[in-house]
Design a protein around this ligand. Structure first.
Ligand code: NOJ
Length: 546
């Protein structure tokens, strides 16, 4: 670790999400692994990130790409060994990069020892009481216990041959745990301790708003809270008692010493409700999904920025800025869709296709805006290369359970999970020494490979490196935002000595005075030198004179 023990490091950190199965494959099986990640840490050090968040690499049958955990304290052989995890953590720390791991505690895998024991023990047993087993409705119990739907499509209940039903808010291979059972909380205290003892600096809490269900599991009113609207409400989400769990975990973290953090994945609104997860005795951060979903609209973005900063400030937390992750259409494609505020569950060959050039221009502009906002920024692997969503994946190649549970009517999330291109001329674009890749990569990945972008000052990679350097030098993450008056589809603010202007309108605008520090693209840089900001572009200007 670098010398200064900065226990508040997360407040303005840039955190890079590694999706292990798609980052770098060392052993040639076509699935990324821990040794591959360790070998590529130099890329992250050169990019200038403060921390990484690793999606799950634990023992798992991979029914939901590792978000179905069969053993929380061991590594799946697909990704390596516990020693490989130790080596990765040590090498990351050596490079000054902190490590956050994923904690999937709403549900386990159906192959977890606990669930296997519950199946064997039968109805009414203490083993079943660790999950949400219920008897069905109807004269013979043949109807599910309530009307809840799985987030991935279809009913959230599965029936066993012995007649009991169990709840799974996601895939049937992901049975929900019963968090009112003290054994469940005890298990996860130990999981937290286990990984902190191995050196991890924090946890990203999967489905943080879902652990506790309303008493009696009442029917949901899907007319009031339609599925797919993004912000989950209803009796399975955002129940007050979830906060007791985070207070408990905060104490477990504190036992391990300062500097460890919890980050909530909670699809909760409005902002005040979300801020309850980051009160002083709970988590440190939560992902800002309203910001991610604000699309390409200046008033919406400004509204979300103000609301989230206001709500988080009120509880003393910092705000996070996030545009992409492994569950959503990559922002370089999303912003090029015919409706750039739309929010599809993936884009497939039968869907309207994005305008790639427009999407990338807007993505770079919005990234530049995000990286100048006070707080912490989360990047998703590959966005620093400007990678698009793979929108033409064949149905045969798809793996996401949400594609199958929607009977193929929604493309699902595979398109943002395609393995990274490292070298244009190598097999699998350098992802894997054998050329194997668990999802096929589109041809455009050749042009976007890391080695193609290295040394090209106009590349998206060079742009990200420059933005992160300036952000750090200018201490933008620890600054404050002051809006400047503008037209409707323009955003302008000053943070410390940096003025940020983003043009979301359809025509060029005149720029205020100030030397250009960074523009979102080469054309934008040229125009900015002449005092104009093009449409779909953003710029950072020196604001010291103003
Ligand atoms: C959220 C994760 O990000 C997603 O990938 C996963 O499918 C669900 N939680 C269920 O664990």
């Amino acid at each position: 670790m670098p010398q200064q023990l900065d226990t508040d490091w997360w407040r303005d950190a840039v955190v890079y999400q590694i999706y292990p199965r798609s980052f770098a494959d060392a052993d040639g099986d076509g699935i990324g692994d821990l040794p591959g990640m360790t070998a590529r840490l130099g890329h992250l050090a050169a990019l200038g990130v403060d921390a990484v968040w690793l999606s799950p690499f634990y023992v798992s049958p991979q029914a939901d790409a590792g978000y179905d955990v069969a053993d929380y304290t061991d590594v799946d052989p697909l990704f390596g060994t516990l020693d490989d995890a130790d080596r990765f953590i040590a090498a990351a720390h050596e490079a000054g990069i902190r490590v956050i791991v994923d904690l999937v505690a709403n549900h386990s895998s159906d192959r977890h020892l606990w669930f296997q024991a519950a199946l064997a023990a039968g109805p009414g047993s203490p083993e079943r009481a660790r999950y949400l087993f219920r008897t069905g409705r109807g004269p013979r119990g043949e109807l599910p216990p309530n009307n809840w739907l799985s987030v991935f499509g279809g009913s959230a209940w599965e029936r066993l041959e012995d007649g009991d039903w169990y709840l799974h808010l996601f895939d049937r291979a992901q049975p929900d745990l019963d968090w009112t059972n003290p054994e469940v909380a005890e298990l996860f205290d130990d999981v937290l301790r286990f990984w902190m003892a191995r050196g991890v600096d924090g946890f990203r809490i999967d489905v943080a708003h879902g652990f506790v269900k309303a008493e009696g599991l009442p029917d949901a009113d899907y007319d009031a809270h339609p599925m797919g609207s993004g912000f989950d409400r209803g009796p399975m989400w955002d129940q007050d008692a979830v906060h007791d769990i985070y207070r408990r975990w905060r104490r477990v973290l504190e036992e391990a010493g300062p500097g460890h953090i919890l980050v909530a994945e909670a699809w909760v609104g409005p902002a005040e409700r979300m801020a309850r997860y980051v009160r002083p005795d709970e988590m440190q951060q939560s992902f800002n999904f309203p910001y991610m979903m604000a699309g390409w609209s200046a008033p919406r973005l400004r509204g979300v920025i103000d609301e989230s900063l206001g709500a988080n400030d009120a509880v003393g937390a910092t705000t996070t800025w996030v545009l992409s992750n492994h569950d959503v259409v990559r922002h370089a494609s999303r912003l090029g869709l015919p409706d750039p505020t739309g929010w599809p569950n993936g884009v497939g060959p039968r869907d309207p296709q994005p305008d790639a050039a427009l999407g990338l221009r807007r993505a770079r502009a919005l990234t530049l805006l995000s990286l100048a906002l006070p707080g912490s920024a989360y990047l998703y692997q590959g966005e620093e290369l400007g990678l698009p969503e793979h929108t033409l994946l064949d149905d045969d190649a798809r793996r996401d359970p949400s594609f199958f549970r929607h009977d193929g009517a929604q493309a699902g999330r595979d398109g943002c999970r395609v393995p990274l291109p490292w070298a244009a001329a190598a097999p699998a674009y350098g992802f894997s020494p054998s050329g194997a890749s668990w999802l096929p990569q589109p041809e455009v990945f050749g042009d976007l490979a890391v080695d193609r972008q290295e040394g090209d000052p106009d590349s998206t990679l060079a742009f990200y490196r420059r933005a992160l350097t300036l952000r750090r030098e200018r201490r933008l993450g620890a600054g404050t935002l002051s809006w400047q008056p503008t037209g409707d589809e323009v955003l302008e603010f000053v943070n410390r000595r940096t003025r940020v202007v983003a043009n979301l309108s359809g025509s060029p605008i005149a720029l205020p005075d100030g030397a250009v520090l960074l523009a979102s693209g080469p054309d934008a840089a040229e125009a900015a030198a002449d005092g104009f900001l093009e449409p779909n572009a953003a710029v950072w200007l020196e604001a010291s004179a103003g």
